[in-house]
Ligand binder design. Structure first.
Ligand code: IMP
Ligand code: MG
Length: 174
């Protein structure tokens, strides 16, 4: 696909099976509660779509977007490009949904941002976790797969904007 040499790490079937398990766990943990599921754009959009359908609870879907410090930005400073109204966060059970946690910089920034608006609870769900790369004190509550420090693409994750539509999660071996 698109002239890339890709080695599949997780097939669509494996991803789907894991997401069903995560959805069951989340539904159990938040039983009798309403949650606001907040996807971090753009990478989480495919995962989010499958995850919310695996959760059997009343829920709202919201999205935020954080500027990427990888796209040629040297400052390392993060900004919110898309935010939520504070009343969507206050006294609500918030579940933040990421495609991948690498250094943890983006998630650390988001956690601080959400805490400022006094949620009733705040939990982190990530499909992929590069645990060995983590530079922040973050403990994701739900992790799809822990992976080695490799650059992965597909299932929402991009390489310079492309390959988000590749249905599996793969390592780019170019
Ligand atoms: P972090 O702030 O270093 O944890 O990285 C956060 C963001 O970097 C993720 O949400 C992704 O958008 C991107 N990213 C990190 N690792 C990968 C990867 O292996 N493939 C594609 N995007 C990645
Ligand atoms: Mg992301």
């Amino acid at each position: 696909m698109q002239n890339q040499k890709l080695r599949v790490l997780f097939s669509p079937e494996a991803i789907s099976q894991r997401i069903q398990e995560m959805g069951k766990q989340i539904s159990k943990d938040y039983e009798q509660k309403e949650i606001i599921v907040v996807g971090v754009l753009k990478g989480s959009f495919i995962f989010m779509a499958d995850l919310v359908r695996a959760i059997s609870l009343p829920l709202d879907c919201e999205f935020v977007r954080v500027s990427s410090y990888r796209d040629g930005k040297v400052s390392g400073k993060l900004d919110l490009l898309l935010d939520l109204e504070p009343e969507k966060i206050k006294d609500k059970h918030i579940l933040l949904v990421e495609d991948i946690i690498d250094t943890g910089n983006s998630m650390d920034f988001l956690i601080h941002h959400f805490q400022k608006h006094s949620p009733k609870s705040l939990k982190i769900c990530t499909l992929l976790f590069k645990e060995k790369m983590l530079k922040k004190n973050i403990h994701p509550d739900y992790v799809g797969f822990k992976i080695e420090p490799l650059f992965v693409v597909g299932y929402g994750l991009d390489l310079a904007g492309k390959l988000r539509n590749y249905p599996a999660i793969a390592v780019n071996e170019e």
